[in-house]
Design a protein around this ligand. Structure first.
Ligand SMILES: Cc1ncc(C[n+]2csc(CCOP(=O)(O)OP(=O)(O)O)c2C)c(N)n1
Ligand code: SF4
Length: 317
């Protein structure tokens, strides 16, 4: 990659530049061997290169957690902020700089526990960004506490006799929020599907929520092993408007025809059963986006001054 700059600021000519995957590489990732976060990072780097996104116009925002170390491992702009606070920050970035490509990376503790309020409202605001929930169903960075998505009965440091409650389902939760416009699920051990999913999310013109089932070999090594070992425990959601990955046809024979425009169907499919369902659950490109609705001025500045003066005149003595 050749970078050009002038004393008056950057003078990049996008047409003359091309980016390889290496151009997006940041620090050496410090995740444990076999961590599912690696697969997501690779898929994201592939996407950045496929879309030729200029690093200086791309921003990764995260909270705190293993997965939230993501921005360090890319050479784009990044903000590694406060636990649970990635979404409002990213929304602010996108509102102020709509020209930037904004990505958010969250853990399940980050998004579904401390950040849950922000998750609901970011979904409802429907501001364009890709939100990746790397769901390993445990607190990884703080070394094994029960998270809101930990399965019932799975032991951890905080609940050694097993998680007391049934887990929160991030898919049904998001699909239940007013104005949810893109909801997909993928799994780190199906890299072609992760890539196709982040690509579809990137193209979506609103808030794209992707739950990635992510293995944490350090603390919950067996959580997804049945689904990894047995392709019959995985169901692909397929549709012409969905996420199409032809190379998976031979591996995953269980498939469900699902039109991503069907919200009720999406909610049913999002329920956890004996299988893991991956694919596009719901997409609606026509839902209102907060940044656009707030820009629809009801009147011009002159009209506003006239109305204000008229209002003040009512109180003139
Ligand atoms: C306000 C605040 N509360 C708690 C913590 C401690 N903390 C750091 S990371 C984390 C959870 C990490 O788990 P998760 O979000 O699921 O991400 P993972 O590490 O599994 O990727 C917690 C509780 C913190 N840093 N800040
Ligand atoms: S603790 Fe788990 S989530 Fe964190 S880096 Fe290690 S394997 Fe990945």
């Amino acid at each position: 990659m050749e970078l050009g700059c002038s004393l008056l600021g950057s003078a990049f000519d996008d047409d003359e530049r091309s980016f390889d995957i290496d151009d997006y590489e940041g620090c050496v990732p410090r995740w444990c061997p076999g961590c599912g976060d690696f697969a997501v990072l690779t898929a994201v780097q592939r996407l950045l290169s496929a879309e030729q996104l200029p690093p200086e116009r791309t921003v990764f925002v995260s909270g705190i957690g293993c997965s939230s170390r993501f921005p360090h491992y890319l050479s784009t702009y990044g903000f590694h902020g406060l636990h649970g606070r990635a979404l409002p920050l990213a929304t602010g970035v996108k509102l102020r700089r709509p020209d930037l490509h904004v990505f958010v990376v969250m853990g399940d503790g980050d998004c579904c526990s401390i950040g849950a309020g922000h998750w609901i409202h970011a979904t409802r605001y429907n501001v364009r960004m890709v939100a990746l929930l790397l769901d390993n169903q445990v607190y990884g960075l703080t070394k094994n506490q029960t998270s809101p998505t930990s399965p019932h009965g799975v032991p951890s440091n905080t609940q050694p006799r097993g998680s007391y409650l049934n887990p929160l389902n991030p898919l049904t939760a998001t699909l239940g929020v007013t104005n949810a416009s893109f909801v997909a699920q993928t799994a780190d051990w199906v890299p072609a599907h992760v890539y196709a999913t982040v690509s579809a999310a990137f193209r979506h013109p609103g808030f794209a929520f992707v739950r990635v089932l992510q293995r944490c070999p350090q603390f919950t090594p067996n959580l997804f092993s049945d689904f990894v070992r047995d392709p019959n425990r995985v169901e692909l959601l397929v549709h012409d408007n969905g996420i199409v990955v032809p190379e998976l046809d031979r591996l995953y024979r269980r498939r469900v025809q699902h039109d991503p425009a069907d919200l009720d169907g999406a909610r049913r499919l999002a329920e956890q059963g004996d299988t893991v369902r991956i694919g596009l659950l719901y997409q609606n490109q026509d839902l209102p986006r907060y940044n656009e609705t707030r820009q629809q001025a009801s009147c011009t500045a002159d009209e506003r001054v006239r109305k204000l003066n008229a209002e003040l005149d009512r109180y003139a003595v």
